[in-house]
Design a protein around this ligand. Structure first.
Ligand SMILES: [Fe+2]
Length: 183
């Protein structure tokens, strides 16, 4: 996946992600995966999503653009604050269900990453990413830790999101952006 030429050959496998980017996923052995995330030029500037965490450790390298990451602690405060949702996957869709816990998300760190920068995010650490400069491309290696996935927000429920394949127009755009970082 570090070879962008190989990624371009697989442009037809990119899918939409609920956080607003397109991704290509290679499942490896023993819980390791390689991923490429692409944010196309015409996207919103707001943070891509509410805060969430992952079941895997992440090594991420920014190849194009710039993003800002924020990390949080969840402080449970029954009946107040934001809701916690557990995230599950079924038939290519991601589904959020309220866990009944609520609380505040206390910021613990914030950092910027631009082309050439790498960072490590441990499984279970709550974060959110805002893409500052588009288009943006990141190459990731993930290591599955098998812990539950949560996301946080104030919406009661979120509709299931279908991770569809990129359409013809989106594939052209992905190709154009990936050529900017081809080795
Ligand atoms: Fe994330």
């Amino acid at each position: 996946m570090n070879d962008i030429g190989t990624v371009i050959e697989r442009i037809g496998e990119f899918r939409t992600h609920p956080l607003g980017f397109f991704y290509l996923l290679d499942k490896g052995v023993e819980g390791m995966s390689a991923r490429v995330h692409v944010w196309l030029p015409a996207g919103s500037d707001r943070p891509e999503n509410d805060r969430h965490q992952h079941s895997f450790d992440i090594h991420s390298t920014v190849r194009l653009g710039r993003m800002q990451s924020e990390l949080f602690h969840f402080l449970e405060t029954p009946g107040r604050g934001e809701q916690e949702f557990s995230v599950s996957y079924l038939d290519g869709k991601s589904i959020l269900s309220a866990t009944g816990r609520s609380g505040f998300l206390d910021p613990i760190s914030r950092f910027d990453s631009r082309a050439g920068d790498s960072y490590f995010l441990q499984a279970g650490v709550i974060h959110r990413v805002a893409v500052v400069d588009r288009p943006c491309v990141t190459v990731l290696q993930t290591f599955e830790k098998g812990i539950p996935i949560y996301s946080y927000g104030s919406d009661a429920e979120e509709a299931p999101f279908e991770r569809r394949l990129a359409d013809v127009y989106e594939k052209d755009e992905l190709m154009r952006v990936l050529k900017l970082v081809a080795d």
